[in-house]
Write a protein that binds this ligand. Sequence first.
Ligand code: CUA
Length: 630
Amino acid sequence: MTDTDSNGRPGDVSNAADDRDPLFARIPRRDFMKAGAATGALTGLAGCTSLLSSEENATAAADVDASVPPGEHDEYYGFLSGGHSGEIRVYGIPSMRQLMRIPVFNRESARGYGFDDETRGMLEDAGGYTWGDTHHPRVSQTDNDYDGRWAFVNDKANGRMARIDLKYFETDAIVDVPNQQGTHGACCMLPDTKYVFGVGEFRVPMPNDGRDLDDPDSYTSNIAAIDPETMNVEWEVLVDGNMDNGDGGKNGRWFFATGYNSESAVTESGMSESDTDWVKAFDVPAIEEAVEAGEYEEIGGVPVVDGTRDSSLNEGDRPLVRYLDVSKSPHGVSVTPDGKYAIASGKLDPTCSVIDIEALGEVDDPNEAVVGRPSLGMGPLHTAYDGRGHAYTTLFIDSQVVKWDIEAAVEADAESEDPVVEKIDVHYNPGHLIAAESYTAEPAGDWLISLNKLSKDRFLPVGPVHPENDQLIYIGDDDAGMELVKDTPAYAEPHDASIVHKSKLEPASTYDPADPELDPVGVDDVDIQREDGRVDVKMTSQRNQFGFEDITVQEGDEVTITVTNIETTADLLHSMAIPEHDVNIKLAPQETRKVTFAADEPGVYWMYCAFFCSALHLEMRSRLLVEPAE
Ligand code: CUA
């Protein structure tokens, strides 16, 4: 195959995937889905020519100005997951400038996250793992619109969910979801974020305590409903098969999750044997009633209801979970802005399934609620919306974004390509994509980001590990068509994102001294207390001193230092770093942090400020004197 050039760019690079996967190279692409080797082919990561080449579609797009001149602000915040880094990254859109990184499951020294007692304790209480794998940042909503309170993100690696306070842009809660290994999907129950759902991916014995080790038939996965205020897991629902991504309906009734492995297998070939898998539709009020009626088993401290296909709770008039048969291994699912449809992408099949949400509550056979199945291209993964009736779906294998008409797909015959409006090449192999405010009832309809897994030749080479490529596409002009505006290299691995208009957020510019949780140290509170091998220091920081010029402790003391940055000037950060003690706390204006450490080695240690705060920044330091034990 000579396919990579289909991306229409000079400087063709050989497709590494084709080089290493001779199986894929042998399969004529039109027969790709019939080859019975679809999973092998999917891992082939090819950038094939599209059915409808983008050259044919290229119209004279209007010149789009995505520049944001120096000193000016962006229109939107983009919250992108940081994958293996365990963080969230905040971008300005459309500039694609990275504005901030929010550590979540990782320790991060510039923000002192995981170093002070509170954040270190939060990470330890949530399992104490040193990494996480963030995938799906979702922002809380009220009445189907962003309310600016929180962002949530999952840890696929360790089965956790975190909450980020969007006043301070910092993680304020993490829950280690019981009974769940591999929390993949994360999303909100709308219209008012009643729950945050963690979608469990890896099937394991329940509970996973050593029983049923090699009895895969008894493994299960579940969804967890988490209260956004308390971050308590309120209930879980057991299901058959794996789960993957999810999205909540807009009216408080349904929640959808895609899943592969209806086969309940434990090997790749086993997981892709069947031609169909399920989209699961969870009837949330019915589940709440079952919990209320005590129809659950408590496992790991959580009420767990049985939503497997053959369970008694899942039979009768009001099954808890409806299993819809869709083509093999569906991947993304997202609900249209008007709340009418849930659209599940085929991944190993070129179609998407359009599910009529209202019909779902009325039909006997849930498969009758599938009202459209447009054929979009190779490897459809995720779908976003512009609010003008179009859906945009990433085509992982074709390396394209396809724009299509949702109602046309409902009216067209199954597997028709007629609903396709336009395709645009992206570089390369996109996973998620996100349009501005796509998860709300009223998407903005102007910007879309394609989160591409590979960048290949798009940037200066930096060794064998390539950056990924987040591409900005203008979708605001239906006549001119989609226009690729910007490449943005990204460190692995942004999976998903949410884009929120700046008017919906009100970030604080300093900490709030009236916040009862902060308990600040005032200038009059500076103090040292000693008792039985414990030293308790309270001090301030401001240009260019800490509250004490020196602090003397005994070898072996446990030392707690609480510091308040008493600056009121925005952006005037200090920190307190202590060499050879693994201490570094960041102090934004009016912020208070507490850190506890052992003074185990006699000697002189300079406590210094690690943020450049003024011309006398280097001089801003105090001594920690650790006296040898008698
Ligand atoms: Cu304070 Cu540098």
